[in-house]
Design a protein around this ligand. Structure first.
Ligand code: SF4
Length: 455
């Protein structure tokens, strides 16, 4: 009789929120005694966590499911695309089960049904003395940073977005639960927490900001209290997906005090008041510009990242020009641009005339050129300054890290040539010597490593 555990392969697609779902499912699989394996050949069954946000993502998800079926044959599908079961089973009728996003219990039931845990599995309760599962759970990110999801779903109804129909209304995690996870991550060596949700600034609204106790103190389940509590952990804490509500202003002083990173990822989406209204996004444009100015007065070193959509249905030349005027005035550090993509089920598809692909491409290119010049000028201002850098990778040619102004995957990097003795997770002082549109180059200012991760 074999004494091997049952083996599950895992394919994770999509955004950081989907990644956190994958981490939770994988952690649960380990707790319940399954082995996670890295190849189709070894696996008894494969779970594919899909993304269904835009058509390209759906196509990629369908392709991944097809590959898993042809390479392994036994496939369970979950994630955003699973909300529309038929769109998967029409093309891949052989899948064993389809569940939607963050349906952890349903995925586990499907795995147990099609691959019951072997008799050699760990008991289904986490026991830190005998389980091999780390207490902080399985993380798909490097050891020194982690995504921390504070809520699911969204109460807004932006017309271009189908997330609320995929993930439902806002459901926040109580503040003590979030902080306990943050502490576990710190103990496991994490240096940087990336706070994510669909709408970070709405955190706690659904719980009526209920009070919980953490470290002996009563705290409200709301963003301001969460940022204060995270500040006590003395980690790099970075806020993502912050919706531009006025109360976000209250967070900026915490950035100036160094409690959380002076970094705000705040998708403005457009610079024309008419288009913003059509999108059902808040804020007259001039208010957004005034607020950016006020944030910079309170916290001059703040880094602002945003995303925008060009080619929204009915967007006129003048409105596109308003967007360009907005980014020229806002002078954001980082800005991503998406061409409008008609997602099935989005109200925006019928809100105006579809913009021709050629015009869309032209607007995208103009946006990228203008923003590229702005980003480069912002980075040039850093040449000669000394900054803290968190090291991500090291090889024989040197180290690559990120400053407080750069989130992993989406922003720039800092190259430190010739410094191969550093380790991922070190935080070092670097004097910036060179900059381009995206990245910085620098030399170690202080060879003393200021913080080494716990091992
Ligand atoms: S706030 Fe974000 S997740 Fe919510 S509906 Fe708007 S775009 Fe979608």
């Amino acid at each position: 009789m074999s004494n091997e555990k049952n083996k599950v392969g895992f394919v994770s697609l999509g955004c950081p929120k989907a990644l956190v779902d994958s981490e939770r499912i994988m952690t649960q699989l380990k707790i319940e005694g399954y082995d996670l394996v890295a190849s189709y050949n070894e696996a008894d069954l494969v779970v594919v966590n899909t993304c269904g946000f835009i058509d390209e993502a759906k196509a990629e998800s369908l392709e991944a499911i097809g590959e898993a079926i042809s390479e392994n044959g036994r496939v369970i599908v979950t994630g955003c695309m699973g909300k529309d079961t038929q769109s998967i089973t029409d093309i891949h009728p052989r899948v064993l089960s389809v569940t939607g996003p963050h349906e952890y219990a349903e995925v586990m039931s499907a795995v147990q049904e099609h691959l019951p845990p072997s008799q050699f599995s760990n008991p289904p309760v986490h026991n830190p003395l005998i389980d091999l599962t780390p207490a902080q759970g399985i993380k798909l990110t490097p050891k020194h940073y982690a995504y921390l999801k504070i809520s699911e779903g969204c109460n807004h109804r932006c017309t271009f977005c189908i997330i609320p129909s995929l993930r439902g209304d806002l459901v926040s995690r109580p503040i003590n639960e979030v902080m306990e996870e943050a502490e576990r991550l710190k103990q496991a060596g994490v240096q940087e927490l990336l706070i994510i949700s669909q709408d970070t600034s709405a955190y706690g609204l659904d719980l009526k900001y209920q009070k919980e106790i953490w470290r002996g103190q009563s705290r409200q389940t709301r963003l301001l209290d969460l940022c204060n509590a995270l500040g006590e952990l003395d980690l790099w804490t970075r806020l993502h997906y912050v919706y531009p509500y006025p109360h976000v202003d209250k967070i900026i002083p915490l950035m100036a005090e160094g409690k959380i990173l002076p970094y705000l990822d705040i998708p403005f989406q457009h610079g024309s008041t008419r288009v913003l209204k059509a999108m059902k996004r808040p804020g007259a444009v001039e208010h957004n510009l005034q607020r950016i100015q006020r944030w910079r007065e309170i916290c001059p070193e703040i880094t602002l990242r945003s995303t925008f959509i060009v080619g929204f249905p009915g967007e006129t030349e003048d409105e596109f020009q308003e967007l360009i005027d907005f980014i020229e005035e806002a002078k954001l550090d980082h800005a991503g641009c998406f061409k409008y993509s008609p997602v099935k089920g989005a109200i925006a598809n019928d809100q105006g005339e579809h913009i021709d692909d050629d015009i869309m491409d032209e607007r995208f290119n103009i946006f990228m050129r203008v923003q590229g010049q702005i980003s480069e000028a912002r980075l040039q201002e850093k040449v000669g300054k000394t900054i803290d850098v968190l090291i991500d990778e090291v090889d024989s040619e040197g180290a690559i890290g990120r400053s407080k102004a750069d989130a992993p995957e989406i922003d720039g990097r800092v190259m430190i040539d010739g410094e191969s003795d550093l380790n991922p997770g070190d935080i070092v002082s670097v004097k910036v010597t060179e900059a381009d549109e995206h990245d910085l180059w620098g030399e170690l200012k202080d060879t003393r490593i200021r913080f080494k991760p716990l091992t």
